[in-house]
Design a protein around this ligand. Structure first.
Ligand SMILES: Nc1nc2c(ncn2[C@@H]2O[C@H](COP(=O)(O)OP(=O)(O)O)[C@@H](O)[C@H]2O)c(=O)[nH]1
Ligand SMILES: [Mg+2]
Length: 318
């Protein structure tokens, strides 16, 4: 049995993943059915595998790369039936994610420092919600957390973040709607330094106007942060809605060019059958997925764990 497929004997358990991934799982169940019902390993089979993986949003480039690797491997080994390919498929998908290296998914956080995490991404992807969920986790670890309303574009956005701060029982900093986000960040960070906060979570507006504007806005925010805290932000996290599929991939592309991202938070994995975007992002942009959103509630955010993810997608495969 292959190294990764061995996971299925170990059976890691995480009920949240199990529940959150049930839609994605069904598209991978179709793959299992295909392997069971096909009688020979030929080009038709590879075509069908490609179609299925593309429908799970792994992305055409990544899928073509994957099936190429698969074909090479199949040539070298003697497989009798399509069903015998399932282990190899899981192994190869894992390899795409890992790229032969250990992927560090932990958020950078140093005790005794003011740690700053900046959240970027287009409207509606789940930035504010993710900040709320993450604030609760750090609060539960005993950290002093400040949320900063850097999305000053709408009064509603400020209110929404404030509500999350009440839910998570952490502090909140805002100025009036329409303020320059950089000035909000500037004042918030001065407060964070003086009052010795452990973690500052900065919300930002999700207007993806054009790349030049975006770049200017993000770099201005970063300059302000660096002026007060030269080693921050420790994390610049791009939030992507998994259910937007290839559109999410485009956002990764644009934001990755506009600013130095440290990782991805992939939200709404509970609402999509297209969980394959995780592999595509890693394959094309080399960005680690650090957290995944698996629902709308405060506890529905978990550190991304590739073993758990693959295990839950392919459970029932073996
Ligand atoms: N199902 C589900 N919904 C989510 C998740 N994360 C956020 N949402 C919902 O997505 C919508 C937009 O979220 P919001 O945080 O306002 O996005 P923002 O515009 O990027 O700040 C809200 O209705 C959230 O409840 C998730 O992981 N799963
Ligand atoms: Mg928001």
């Amino acid at each position: 049995m292959g190294f990764f497929a061995n996971l299925f004997k170990k059976k890691p358990k995480n009920d949240k993943y199990q529940m959150g991934l049930h839609k994605s799982k069904s598209s991978f169940d179709n793959l299992k059915r295909l392997l069971e019902e096909s009688d020979k390993i030929d080009d038709d089979l590879f075509d069908s595998i490609e179609d299925l993986l593309i429908s799970a949003d792994i992305g055409v480039d990544t899928v073509l790369y994957f099936t190429n690797e698969l074909k090479k491997e199949v040539k070298n080994k003697s497989f009798q039936t399509p069903n015998e390919l399932s282990e190899l498929i899981v192994d190869k998908l894992f390899e795409i994610y890992l790229k032969g290296e250990f992927v560090d998914t932990t958020l950078k956080f140093v005790d005794g420092e003011v740690n700053v995490f900046l959240f970027v991404g287009v409207n509606g992807v789940g930035k504010t919600t993710t900040i709320g969920k993450l604030a609760k986790q750090y609060k539960d670890m005993g950290k002093k957390v400040l949320m900063v309303a850097g999305d000053t574009f709408r009064a509603g956005a400020i209110e929404q973040l404030k509500e999350w701060s009440l839910r998570a029982k952490v502090d909140f900093f805002q100025k009036e709607a329409g303020s320059d986000p950089s000035s909000v960040i500037y004042e918030a960070l001065n407060k964070a330094v003086t009052e010795k906060y452990d973690l500052v979570l900065v919300d930002t507006a999700g207007r993806l106007q054009n790349k030049v504007n975006l770049m200017n806005e993000l770099s201005k925010m970063k300059r302000v942060i660096e002026k007060i805290l030269p080693n921050e932000p420790k994390e610049t996290l791009l939030v992507i809605d998994a259910s937007t599929g290839q559109n999410g991939m485009n956002q990764a592309h644009v934001f990755n060019e506009a600013t130095n991202l440290s990782g991805i938070v992939l939200t709404k994995l509970d609402g999509t059958a297209k969980g394959g975007i995780i592999l595509a992002i890693r394959h094309l942009y080399n960005l680690p997925i650090k957290y995944v959103g698996l629902g709308e509630k405060i506890d529905d955010l978990v550190p991304f764990d590739i073993e758990n993810y693959i295990y839950n997608l392919f459970k029932g495969f073996f």
